[in-house]
Design a protein around this ligand. Structure first.
Ligand SMILES: Cc1ncc(COP(=O)(O)O)c(C=O)c1O
Length: 422
């Protein structure tokens, strides 16, 4: 399988190169050149597999055998920043630079990153939002010479590999809920940068009979884009109880547009069949308008195609988050994190609509990291021992202030990391 950029300026990319790439050098993001489809017989076979075996089957469709033989594939997943740090801490040949939005992630999430003292882990607490951190790293990835020389990669959902692994979750969850492989299942996705829901769109395109719902915080660009085609940034990012979803620019929307324009042969005017070149032209047109003005109207024909798969979008307030957490706790003695509660809130509100299709809510984080939300929901807090231990550990980080040039600081840090120290 080869990969290419949504904007057409980068193509013929191997899986290995995709793994070690963030943004493509043309400013777009990578997608496989084709999305494999699976037939009913395969789905029936897959429904009998363990999660790990299913992951191997699905992931191997996106990696050519010559790059990683199927028997060598192993899969895992977790909370982005801290799990990435855990994966590489102490390694000799890999350094990790993490930007966390200061005051905008839960204290425990921050401690999971700042209490790691190994020399190859470099944590910056940034006085800004996660969109701001995204803007700071983008120029480094677009500088092809710098990116190649320092072998940069990113591990959030800009990176294809994160999405590829999330595709597996959709198949696995579907098989748990459906007794056959034909019936539709609705999957409600707590959504921020749209990486997870992009994985859902790919699962759907592969042939899984799912329909998707995006559940978001009051930072509602995704909901506006899906319901009225209004893809425009709002003035500010409002901090909510679900900080991982407080996002102004859901950069994976570009991938979603690409999938639905190209795969379904949509045209700008809503008719005819367009080639790959024209698909990329449309993506460039939409993205350059968005990047220069902060706003673009999604063409109606494209919006209609997307809404056949992402059938609804729902904005959930902090008050509803806490009341949902409280209700789930009271009814099921089950504690959900505030992000998960946003999906569950949609489900509870739509329960009475009379449709009998099974519904899955994706749970995205451990509630142990979100004491503030648990307290606000009036649920007795049970301190997790691993979390208590974090509070007493020494920390190490550097701060980036608002008036500083973050890209330049990162550039210098990466150069320093790669400069021999003796
Ligand atoms: C806990 C949690 N929930 C939801 C999301 C939103 O996912 P996405 O950005 O893929 O839409 C994230 C993203 O990192 C997350 O960490």
């Amino acid at each position: 399988m080869k990969y290419s950029s949504t904007r057409g300026g980068v193509s013929d990319v191997t899986f290995e190169e995709a793994l070690f790439t963030g943004y493509a050098a043309d400013g777009g993001i990578l997608l496989p050149v084709s999305i494999p489809t699976v037939n009913k017989a395969t789905l029936e076979k897959w429904r009998e597999l363990s999660f790990q075996d299913l992951a191997t089957e699905i992931v191997s469709l996106f990696i050519s055998e010559t790059e990683i033989p199927k028997e060598d594939l192993q899969c895992t997943s977790g909370d982005t920043g801290s799990s990435a740090i855990e994966a590489v801490r102490g390694l000799e040949w890999v350094d990790i630079v993490v930007l966390l939005p200061r005051g905008r992630c839960a204290k425990v999430q921050e401690l999971q990153m700042t209490t790691v003292l190994e020399d190859n882990v470099h944590v910056f607490r940034v006085d800004g939002t996660s969109d701001d951190t995204d803007l700071a790293i983008k120029p480094l990835f677009m500088d092809a010479e710098f990116r190649t020389r320092h072998r940069l990669t990113s591990i959030n959902s800009i990176n294809w590999c994160r999405i590829m692994v999330q595709v597996v979750h959709y198949f696995y969850a579907y098989f748990q809920m459906s007794s056959d492989v034909d019936s539709p299942v609705e999957i409600v996705v707590p959504t921020g940068a749209c990486g997870n829901v992009t994985a859902g769109c790919i699962a759907s395109k592969m042939g899984l009979p799912v329909r998707l719902v995006c559940a978001v915080t009051c930072n509602d660009i995704v909901s506006r884009a899906l319901s009225s085609g209004d893809y425009s940034v709002s003035q500010t990012v409002t901090p909510t109880l679900a900080p991982a979803m407080d996002i102004q620019v859901p950069y994976n929307m570009e991938r979603i547009w690409y999938i639905f324009i190209f795969r379904f042969h949509i045209t700008w005017s809503g008719s005819g069949i367009y080639s790959l070149t024209v698909t990329r032209h449309l993506i460039n047109k939409l993205m350059s308008e968005f990047e220069s003005t902060g706003s673009v109207q999604v063409p109606e024909a494209l919006a209609n195609k997307i809404s056949a798969v992402i059938t609804d979008a729902h904005v959930v307030s902090d008050d509803t988050v806490t009341s949902t957490m409280a209700r789930v706790w009271a009814d099921n003695s089950y504690l959900v994190c505030p992000h998960t509660a946003i999906a569950v809130a949609y489900s509870l509100e739509n329960r009475s609509k009379g449709e009998s299709i099974p519904r899955i809510c994706i749970a995205t984080a451990s509630p142990a990291k979100f004491k503030e939300a648990v307290d606000a929901a009036g649920i007795p807090w049970q301190q997790d021992e691993r979390v208590s231990r974090l509070i007493s550990l020494p920390v190490r980080y550097e701060d980036m202030e608002r008036n500083e040039d973050w890209s330049d600081i990162l550039r210098k840090k990466i150069v320093a990391i790669n400069t021999p120290k003796c």
